[in-house]
Design a protein around this ligand. Structure first.
Ligand code: ADP
Length: 498
């Protein structure tokens, strides 16, 4: 592992140590309780801002504002106007993209080399939803009833959406929730993660600047157990769109039962990434490594179970380890850095705990295996990219989501057995395979039980292509036409004409 000791200048117009209020009904307000919490840069420990700490009372105020907006003038805003609002917001996000990506880097640690690469997922996503706005329509459906009775469907916005997002990509997560809401005519109360609330607040400022009416987008920062739980159980919220851990997802489902609100869940994973001996190994080595090390492994679809065909296992896993050792770890604001810190001390404990578990279970750490504390990095939550070899399917490091830069490399021989083993997880979010054999690629892609299969690549994402989980990775899709449908109700209308 190479360590960058550069300490870049961290002055930022938004994360300048000042106090940030929450956005309710188009106004910036304090928490009703007056409480505030701090958010820090996980690379340096530096205080970035204090933030109004919302809880139930603030969620109540925000949901009431979102309801008023939903039933008020917003319901009369035509698709073409909503499209213009999304396009204006897209332009503003584009204009401020460097500032926004830097804010993500400072608040949650992902290096600039990553956050800056997300233009398509941010600006392109908003423009995609803008395009969808005028494509929403019901159908005229011929029925078989006797007599003259005409039937058609209307697509209507579902209503007030409670959006709860994690910290691992605040810019894109915020856009993924508010984009389809504006496209469909819903209103939103968004609760960012307590670890990284700043980018959502800055996007809310831009949404106001774009002319999105008061109450349509509300942002209430706060903790999960208070603000998040209040939003998930709120009787006047029609849908919860959640991204986060499967354990929280389960409590969201329970909380949503009171009014049977619609729920979409994008949860965790333990995704298989499979390397066949016939693959282009020069491409597969960096591909499989970055399928896990990108964002320090804090990606729900990271390809953490690396299945490698027995005949190339030692060579391939050794090469992935060498690749991991060369990655530049450091403060993400340094443009040369490839691996930033983990988001928090809690996350550091969790990941280093799994590093201990892996050693105890008998896996061999070919690279990494611990915290990085050299020089300036001692102030942050850095873990070196780790490759565990000799991993067996039943080890905890092969079963449980670690959410850190840790590869569990597993050998396989037989193709039928491989598919069973790859599917032997409670999750089903991402999956990858590397081969030059197109028939094999199709066959394995078909048999993997996961929402995305990447062949000879990993983590490819596009605003038009749906993303989401099988099994305990959740349900519902984000991106693509399906995402827009998640925010719509279908009404059937019958008209007797004779
Ligand atoms: P992670 O482990 O990645 O932080 P979480 O699922 O804990 O994932 O957090 C994702 C989001 O869910 C955050 O915004 C967090 O505040 C929120 N959250 C946590 N617990 C709850 C809860 N009980 N109800 C609603 N939201 C919650």
């Amino acid at each position: 592992m190479a360590v960058s000791q550069a300490i870049p200048i961290t002055r930022h117009p938004f994360a300048n140590g000042s106090y940030k209020q929450m956005l309710i009904d188009g106004k910036w307000v304090d928490a009703a309780s007056g409480k505030r919490f701090e958010t820090h840069n996980p690379a340096t420990g530096e205080l970035l801002a204090t933030v109004a700490e919302g809880d139930k009372e603030d969620i109540d105020r925000a949901v009431a504002a979102a309801r008023r907006a939903f039933e008020g003038p917003w319901s009369k805003v035509k698709p073409f106007e909503r499209q213009n609002l999304l396009l204006r917001l897209a332009d503003l996000v584009e204009k401020n993209f460097d500032e926004l990506s830097q804010l993500d880097t400072m608040d949650m640690g992902a290096p600039l080399s990553r956050t800056r690469a997300y233009r398509l997922r941010a600006v392109g996503m908003l423009r995609y939803y803008a395009g969808q706005t005028t494509a929403i329509h019901g159908e005229t459906i011929e029925n078989s009833l006797p007599g003259e009775i005409f039937s058609y469907t209307l697509k209507e916005p579902i209503g007030v959406v409670g959006a709860i997002i994690p910290w691992n990509g605040p810019l894109t997560a915020t856009i993924w929730k508010i984009g389809p809401a504006i496209a469909t005519g819903c209103t939103v109360v968004l609760k960012p993660a307590e670890e990284a609330p700043l980018t959502s607040l800055r996007i809310a400022e831009l949404a106001m600047e774009a002319g999105i009416p008061p109450g349509v987008i509300n942002v209430v920062p706060g903790y999960g157990e208070t603000a998040g739980a209040a939003l998930a159980s709120h009787p006047d919220v029609d849908k919860v769109a959640f991204t986060g851990s499967h354990v929280t997802g389960q409590s969201i489902i329970r909380a949503s039962a009171g009014n049977l609100k619609r729920v979409s869940l994008e949860l965790g994973g333990k995704s298989p990434d499979i390397v066949f001996a016939d693959a282009d190994l020069d491409a597969a080595v960096p591909g499989a490594a970055m399928a896990v090390f990108a964002n320090s492994g804090q990606i729900c679809s990271a390809g953490t179970r690396l299945f490698v065909e027995q005949s190339i296992y030692e060579e391939f896993v050794g090469r992935v380890a060498e690749f991991g050792k060369k990655l530049q770890v450091g403060n993400g604001l340094d443009p040369n850095v490839q691996i930033g810190p983990l988001v928090s001390e809690e996350q550091l404990k969790r990941v280093t705990g799994y590093l201990d578990i892996g050693q105890k279970e008998g896996a061999r750490a070919l690279a990494g295996g611990g915290r990085v504390t050299e020089g300036a990095l001692s102030k942050g939550f850095f873990v070196s990219p780790t490759v565990f070899a000799g991993v067996q399917d039943n080890m905890r490091i092969a079963q449980e989501e670690i959410f850190g830069p840790v590869i569990s490399a597993i050998a396989f021989k037989d193709m039928d057995e491989l598919v069973k083993r790859a599917n032997n997880t409670t999750f089903g979010l991402g999956s990858g395979l590397w081969t030059r054999d197109v028939s094999k690629a199709h066959a394995v892609a078909k048999s993997l039980r996961a929402g995305s299969v990447w062949v000879n690549c990993y983590q490819a994402m596009d605003p038009a292509v749906p993303f989401g989980g099988y099994k305990m990775s959740g349900y519902g899709r984000e991106s693509g036409k399906q995402h827009v449908e998640e925010y719509l109700n279908v009404k059937s209308v019958w008209i007797k004409t004779a």
